[in-house]
Design a protein. Structure first.
Length: 217
């Protein structure tokens, strides 16, 4: 805890914490996409997978607590770094300010919308809110029935798109700002960053698309 507080006090330390918590959330998101793909193997596979996660409640709640802590650290770090950058920027660098603000604002607005999506998603598929046919434990039916209205599937498609953009910007920005990749190496790795971010977004989007197309019913 002491080490964490010491890291938090310096800008580089806070950047490292934002990047590390982002990476943790990234890894979890990849596991979530893999879990979602069990939906394509039918109700028994999807419901069985969800049930297997609940069989070890201790581990499930430890992962949930870790995720929540990482999310809080990530958002608090981003907000605090943005405030520090605004305070430190010389007034005469108006153009640089405008350019960096557009990228940073896109990332912040996108991040806030993504957070709003996650809250809606948890209420919808775990809480059963705004979901007339919800039955706890029937994950396959809850997903397929819940995403059948086009407007709901559109929200999930938008969530997948937002996540893809956020992953891309986040991975790119943290590798650059922490100096993990020197300029030339970063440019060479950009297509790989685009590819993995797009693969995760497509993995998430595949579910609402399959429900809308009638492949999952
Ligand atoms: C777009 C397609 C998505 C589908 C079809 C989907 C589906 C699901 C399902 C079926 C569950 C588990 C419900 C249960 O266990 O009863 C779940 C949980 C969850 N999802 Fe998603 N999800 C999607 C996107 C996302 C995205 C983009 C995020 C975050 C960036 C996300 C974050 C979560 C979280 C935090 C949980 C709770 C996990 C837990 O139980 O601890 N989901 N999702």
């Amino acid at each position: 805890m002491d080490g964490l507080a010491r890291l938090w006090r310096s800008t580089v330390g806070r950047k490292a914490l934002v990047a590390a918590s982002g990476l943790l959330l990234w890894l979890w998101v990849v596991l979530h996409v893999a879990g979602n793909l069990t939906l394509f193997s039918g109700p028994a596979a999807a419901d069985g997978y969800a049930a297997s996660l609940r069989r070890t409640p201790g581990a499930l709640w430890a992962v949930r607590a870790g995720l929540a802590a990482a999310a809080v650290l990530h958002v608090a770090g981003v907000v605090s770094l943005a405030r520090a950058a605004r305070a430190a920027r010389p007034r005469h660098q108006a153009q640089a300010r405008r350019a960096s603000t557009v990228a940073a604002r896109t990332m912040r607005v996108g991040g806030a919308l993504l957070l709003a999506f996650v809250v809606y998603h948890l209420l919808h598929l775990i809480g059963g809110f705004f979901h007339p046919g919800f039955h706890p434990g029937h994950v396959y039916d809850n997903v397929v029935g819940g995403l059948r209205p086009t407007w709901v599937a559109s929200i999930y498609l938008a969530g997948a798109g937002l996540l893809g953009l956020h992953l891309f910007h986040g991975l790119w920005a943290s590798a650059r700002s922490l100096g993990i990749w020197p300029d030339r190496a970063a440019r060479r790795r950009r297509p790989a960053v685009v590819l993995v971010s797009a693969a995760v977004a497509l993995g998430f989007a595949s579910v609402p698309i399959a429900v809308l197309a009638g492949w999952l019913r």
